[in-house]
Design a protein around this ligand. Structure first.
Ligand code: LFR
Length: 476
């Protein structure tokens, strides 16, 4: 069958990458061509993206990709959700805020004074997260930024605009703004009016797999090819879910585990019952209109941010595999579980200090060594994962027998095993690169390489044939 090559630009919490995907009916293979830093920048105004720097790195990476593989047909961009750049005409009004900036507390109050969480949940189906776009926009409105902006572009859409000049809003990412109706995945213009957000602030919605045209001529020259830009599940989690090799979504749960642990199910229809709202479970929009019924658990952020603090303290690099091997030797029963969902862990900074404070304020012993800390983090994540799988299954009325773990967390054997143990369910770990795979698969389908009517199930079957998951059986 026909196969071809596409490029993925994936912007994650610590790095951005440019990856080539070779995709066809029997082919699915990634080549990593470029990696660059993507940490938040602390400007005087708060925590920001460096979107301009990322654009330059992405262009360099695409030039390298074209150099390595001249037949690249298109590029797709994904990143984390909710963040956006304000524009006036073609001009960016400053670097976008990073969602871990704490300016949104006032935004939450302002929004809830107009529409309470119960009402919001029936309209948009989203779990409460203080950084959701609508709260960030309320903070911007308070600070006067919306007086000069005419458009807001979600981050992957903002990069696509820089590349092509096309202004769109990709639908899976739009579903995380709080401004999309869960019932029909269209803009909630009535809510926007009540929140005094300008009508048409976000451009028209498009689905994954839509062509946005080719690179602007100057950029095509720089990259060495007039690449087409194609939308993908531009919310990284939406792309990751595309590539989860679920044999049967009815009996499978998943954990997209990187910086965050997104724990949930794929559904055909949203569940916005009182019980789902009280459990704070979200209904985000997936590729092909599927629903990502999930809850955000803090994820490996707890570990990576702890490691960063210990490295700052000691001035020495910490080897993560060694730390995790030491953690595996610490008896599970010797560490207490903490609440991995506590919002005190959201902001960057001294993570071991905040975890120690959590233990002390709950009258529980603070882990005595770094290995014990790491073990406590793994146990607490595994417990939150297992509990959340039970919750989402119960809320959706499903019998789950398998948990798929994808993303970087699939490499963490201790976490996978302890999740299996605490859930009493089989864990299938991998692929690690689910997000990039989902990105390139959706582009390949748009090009007709998988058959135009290829379904998510067809794409997942291809993932199954080309990557072997690692199995963890629950232990007593
Ligand atoms: C994961 C993710 C989550 C979203 C969080 C913030 O990278 O996209 O799905 O809730 O980041 O945007």
């Amino acid at each position: 069958g026909r196969a071809g090559a596409v490029a993925a630009v994936d912007l994650g919490a610590t790095s951005g990458r440019v990856i080539i995907g070779h995709v066809g009916r029997d082919t699915l293979h990634l080549d990593h061509v470029a990696r660059f830093a993507n940490g938040p920048v602390r400007l005087a105004s708060g925590l920001h993206w460096d979107l301009t720097g990322l654009l330059a790195h992405a262009l360099d990476g695409l030039a390298q990709a074209v150099h390595a593989e001249s037949a690249i047909a298109s590029v797709g961009i994904d990143s984390w959700a909710v963040d956006y750049v304000l524009m006036r005409g073609d001009r960016m009004l400053g670097e976008p805020f990073h969602y871990r900036d704490d300016r949104t507390a006032g935004g939450v109050e302002a929004v809830h004074a107009v529409a309470g969480f119960d009402e919001l949940y029936t309209r948009n189906g989203l779990q409460f997260l203080a950084f959701n776009t609508l709260y960030q926009l309320a903070a911007d409105r308070r600070d006067g930024h919306l007086d000069v902006a005419d458009t807001a572009l979600l981050v992957p859409d903002a990069l696509a605009f820089q590349l092509t000049g096309s202004r769109v809003t990709e639908r899976t990412n739009a579903s995380t703004t709080g401004l999309l109706r869960v019932a029909d995945a269209q803009w909630d213009t009535e809510l926007m009016a009540r929140l005094q957000l300008p009508a048409g602030l976000f451009p028209d919605l498009v689905d994954p797999g839509t062509s946005l045209g080719t690179l602007r001529p100057a950029l095509a020259e720089q990259v060495g090819a007039a690449l087409e830009v194609v939308t993908v599940g531009s919310h990284d989690t939406a792309s990751a879910v595309v590539a989860i090799p679920m044999a049967d979504p009815e009996t499978s749960a998943y954990i997209s585990c990187g910086t965050w642990g997104l724990v949930g199910l794929e559904l055909d229809k949203p569940v916005t019952t009182d019980a789902a709202r009280l459990a704070n479970v979200t209904n985000e929009g997936g590729v092909d209109g599927r629903v990502r019924f999930l809850h955000n658990v803090m994820g490996l952020w707890l570990l990576s941010e702890s490691v960063r603090q210990w490295e700052r303290d000691s001035g020495q690099a910490i080897d993560l595999p060694t730390l995790l091997a030491d953690a595996a030797e610490v008896p599970a029963a010797s560490v207490a579980v903490f609440d991995a969902n506590d919002p005190v862990f959201l902001a960057p900074g001294d993570m071991p200090g905040r975890i120690a404070h959590w233990y002390r304020s709950h009258d529980l012993p603070v882990p005595a060594t770094r290995a014990a800390f790491a073990r406590a983090i793994v146990e607490s994540l595994a417990e939150a994962f297992a509990r959340t799988v039970r919750t989402v299954a119960e809320l959706a009325g499903r019998e789950v027998d398998t948990i798929h773990v994808v993303g970087g967390g699939a490499l963490n054997t201790l976490l996978c095993q302890r999740t299996a143990d605490r859930a009493g369910l089989t864990v299938l770990a991998g692929p690690v690169e689910a997000t990039a795979l989902g990105n390139v698969l959706v582009q390949a389908r748009a090009h007709g390489w998988l058959g135009r009517d290829a379904t998510l199930e067809d794409m997942r079957a291809l993932v199954s044939r080309t990557t072997a998951p690692r199995r963890y059986s629950p232990r007593a």
